[in-house]
Every structure is written in C-alpha cells, then in structure tokens.
Design a protein around this ligand. Structure first.
Ligand code: VY7
Length: 167
C-alpha cells in the first residue's frame, strides 16, 4: 500500500499553533479534500480533536485515529494504538495493493510515518507565524520535488505553492 503524507507549512516549517492551523487557505482545504477523498486517512488524536466537530469524521474517507488510550472511541472513527497498527488497519480488508492511505497529521504522527512514506504533498504558505508550536518533519535529500504547482495567490491574499515530493 502507498503511504502518503500531506501537510501545509510556513517556510519555517510551522504546521500548527495552539491546536489549530494558524492561517486560512481555502485553496489548500480544497486540495486536501481532493487528494484524500476516497482513501483512508490516518491522524493523531490531537488532530482529530482539532477538527471542527461538524467536519468529524471527514466524509467520504475511513477516519483512523492513533491514540495510546485503549478506552478512546468516537463515532465515525476507527481507533489504532500505534501508527503501524493504523497502517495495517488501512490496508485491510480488501483494499487493492496499490491503494493509498493518507497520513494527515499532526507533527508527532508525521515523524512516525516518514519512514513508511512513498509520497509527500507539501503546501508552502508564504506567511510568518508567531508562536508556532508544531513543526513539519525535515525532509532529507533523498526526497526530491516530483511536481511543483508554482507560486499562486489565494483569494485570502496569501501566496502559496503545492509541491509533491517522492524518493
Ligand atoms: C483540516 C479543517 C480544519 C478547519 C476547518 C475545516 C494540507 C490541510 C490539512 C488539514 C488543511 C484542514 C477543515 C477542511 C477539509 C474538509 C473538511 C473541513 C474535507 C493537511 N495540505 N492541508 N487541513 N476542513 N493535512 N494538509 O484544513 O480540516 O476535507 O472534507
């Protein structure tokens, strides 16, 4: 199974502050939805909590949540005790071998998933965030840009670019 990671970050690597994404980029939300729709998504429990309740579970996707708490349960979500357990759940049952799972955050889960990743979608948002407390993993040079959408300007006024990395 192909394991993809998808995140949005500032040039400094900030992906979150105070349990939220500290910018609004409608084009990136649309990109995120288009890429992940129809595929299982894996996220950490804090990321699950950070989703506005009306958007939980993310529709049209199996939502797999990683938590060490064996008691944790939430409507519409599957619980996994570790990232590897989440990937095993995503691969079953009867998903095609070339199916994709998308790891959607956050920082701790991306770091655990990086070794398994075959593709990474990074939206770079040209903004500075004060008080960022969650960071994207740094990509070693084996990761190369496979697709570059170029810099664009959001309706929100922010500059952003979407790049895909592969190795
Ligand atoms: C997470 C939301 C957060 C706040 C409000 C609405 C990249 C993104 C993520 C995660 C952007 C989010 C939403 C947007 C998606 C909608 C549901 C409502 C859907 C990521 N590049 N960008 N993210 N939703 N992991 N990677 O905005 O979600 O998909 O149905």
């Amino acid at each position: 199974m192909n394991v993809g990671l998808i995140w949005a970050q500032t040039p400094d690597g900030v992906i979150g502050a105070d349990q939220t994404i500290p910018w609004r980029l409608p084009e990136d939300m649309a990109h995120f939805k288009a890429v992940t729709l129809g595929h299982p998504v894996v996220m950490g429990r804090r990321t699950w909590d950070s989703l506005p309740p009306r958007f939980r579970p993310l529709p049209g996707r199996r939502n797999i949540v990683v938590t060490r708490d064996p008691q944790w349960a939430s409507d519409g979500a599957e619980r996994a005790g570790s990232l590897t357990e989440a990937l095993e759940l995503a691969a079953r049952p009867s998903e095609p071998a070339d199916a994709a799972v998308w790891v959607i955050g956050g920082g701790e889960i991306y770091r655990a998933a990086l070794d398994y990743a075959t593709t990474i979608s990074v939206t770079e948002v040209d903004t500075a965030v004060n008080g960022g407390d969650t960071y994207a993993p740094t990509l070693d040079p084996t990761w190369q840009v496979a697709e570059d959408g170029g810099w664009r300007v959001s309706t929100s006024g922010l500059r952003y670019r979407i790049r895909r990395f592969a190795r």
